[in-house]
Design a protein around this ligand. Structure first.
Ligand SMILES: CC(=O)SCCNC(=O)CCNC(=O)[C@H](O)C(C)(C)COP(=O)(O)OP(=O)(O)OC[C@H]1O[C@@H](n2cnc3c(N)ncnc32)[C@H](O)[C@@H]1OP(=O)(O)O
Length: 410
């Protein structure tokens, strides 16, 4: 089995091979957007059988990932992973992953990320689920918002005190507004990925990045500057308003947009397709039970390709130190690190001190953005705590100021 890089000339064969692995056909999305339109063919790989036929694919996008502390770093967005049904369980994916991880490292990447089609595939390659996402359904007749108890806060928008305005546009009329608002939002949201201009220009991915027909409620602040949007469509199922995503640079804009979609006529329910766990919207509803959570699932998976570099890149919120014994079986590496945090910055050096925690690199990835507490993985039997206070200390150290979340589909 050979692995070879792809070029622009391979585009059609690459897409067809990848689609065959997914059992899909090449069908344009409504509105002309193709979800694979932004593929970077110089970052693609073919697994090639002895007869020269491609039987497996993998690729990577060049994204920025926002780390805790509003730190932006490059991250490879692994995508289009597929092996033809005729060639499965013969080690093709393993060969692709090994090749890709080695290449990413050699190119200076220290983080890669992906969205997993199945949750059982990627841990063995060192990826861990680092964000989660949910669907929230609110029946229209229970959609009343609570009166905010803290006066003078962003939530006062819920009572009609919003000083901004909402305008409904068609997706095709939005120009650069969505791209600009998304870019402001993602810089402050840990776990968020950049949506490079190329994605918007080519209409790649899913709505509202693709130009599929959608209505978009655009929120503007008191000065008329767009600071949020909700992309939505009515129907499917009937009488349902489905929100692709609500993006807002602050809570006032988010509250105004939630109020707008929940107040829409001619519907029986609003489905927010993607919201983070602990979304403030559930608390904004007067009836806490009105928001029905479903499809709680993993979101972004993260892979640390260089542990010290990754740990020193993110922001930290509590001083302390921890010795981590990290096992990376797929790459055949084991390393012990002394992590010391002072004034929001970390130092990470090799040590032979006794470890506080022993963990797999995939579990470290699940802690990395602050979405899962180390103590949870200790209790799950994934992480070994070497003394009674170790998990509590690790919880305090890894805690972040804002839960991570990733909305970008790739
Ligand atoms: C980021 C993304 O693009 S996610 C998209 C992933 N792609 C898909 O879901 C498309 C459909 N599926 C496929 O194309 C293939 O089944 C793949 C890519 C998931 C796996 O490819 P394969 O070449 O069969 O994997 P490979 O033979 O290297 O398997 C390595 C190990 O993972 C296990 N494994 C691989 N896929 C799966 C799976 N879907 N479920 C459970 N175990 C799996 C294998 O059993 C094997 O385990 P072992 O080492 O204990 O023997």
């Amino acid at each position: 089995m050979d692995i070879r890089p792809t070029t622009d000339q391979d585009f059609d064969v690459f897409v067809d091979t990848m689609l065959a692995a997914f059992g899909r056909f090449r069908d344009a999305l409504p509105g002309g957007g193709l979800w694979w339109a932004a593929l970077e063919m110089d970052r693609g790989l073919f697994a090639v059988a002895k007869d020269g036929r491609p039987v497996g694919t993998a690729a990577a996008y060049s994204f920025d990932l926002t780390l805790p502390g509003e730190v932006l770093v490059p991250a490879a967005g692994v995508t289009c992973v597929g092996v033809l049904p005729s060639h499965r369980r013969q080690g093709v994916l393993s060969a692709l992953m090994r090749h890709q991880l080695t290449e990413l490292r050699a190119g200076g990447d220290f983080l890669s990320v992906l969205l997993a089609s199945e949750a059982v595939i990627y841990r063995r390659f060192g990826y861990g689920p680092a964000t989660r996402t949910q669907r929230l359904t609110v029946p229209r007749h229970k959609a009343a918002l609570a009166r905010p108890r803290a006066h003078g806060t962003a939530a006062s928008a819920a009572t009609g005190a919003d000083t901004g305005s909402v305008e409904v546009l068609r997706r095709s009329e939005c120009g650069e507004i969505l791209e600009e608002v998304y870019d402001r939002y993602r810089r402050a949201q840990p776990g968020a990925l950049s949506r490079p201009h190329r994605w918007w220009a080519l209409g790649a991915g899913q709505p509202p990045v693709s130009p599929s027909p959608r209505y978009v409620a655009v929120h503007r602040d008191a000065d008329g500057v767009p600071d949020g949007y909700a992309s939505y469509a009515l129907g499917d199922p009937a009488s349902t308003l489905t929100v692709d995503e609500t993006i807002a640079v602050d809570d006032a804009a988010a509250t105004a947009l939630d109020g707008f979609v929940l107040g829409h006529d001619l519907i029986t329910q609003v489905v927010f397709k993607n919201v983070p766990p602990e979304h403030p919207l559930r608390w904004r509803l007067a009836d806490f039970r009105a928001g029905q959570v479903s499809d709680d699932t993993d979101g972004l998976w993260v892979r640390l390709l260089d542990v010290p570099r990754a740990l020193t890149a993110r922001g930290w919120f509590e001083d302390g130190e921890l010795v981590l014994d990290v096992d990376d079986p797929f790459l055949g590496e084991r390393s012990r690190h002394l992590l010391t945090v002072r004034d929001g910055k970390a130092d990470c050096v090799p040590t032979d001190r006794e470890p506080d925690l022993s963990l797999d690199v995939s579990d470290l990835a699940s802690l990395y953005l602050g979405g899962t507490a180390p103590s949870t993985l200790v209790r799950a039997g994934h992480i070994r705590a070497h003394h009674p206070g170790a998990a509590t200390r690790a919880d305090a150290l890894f805690r972040t100021d804002r839960a991570p979340y990733c909305l970008h589909w790739f």
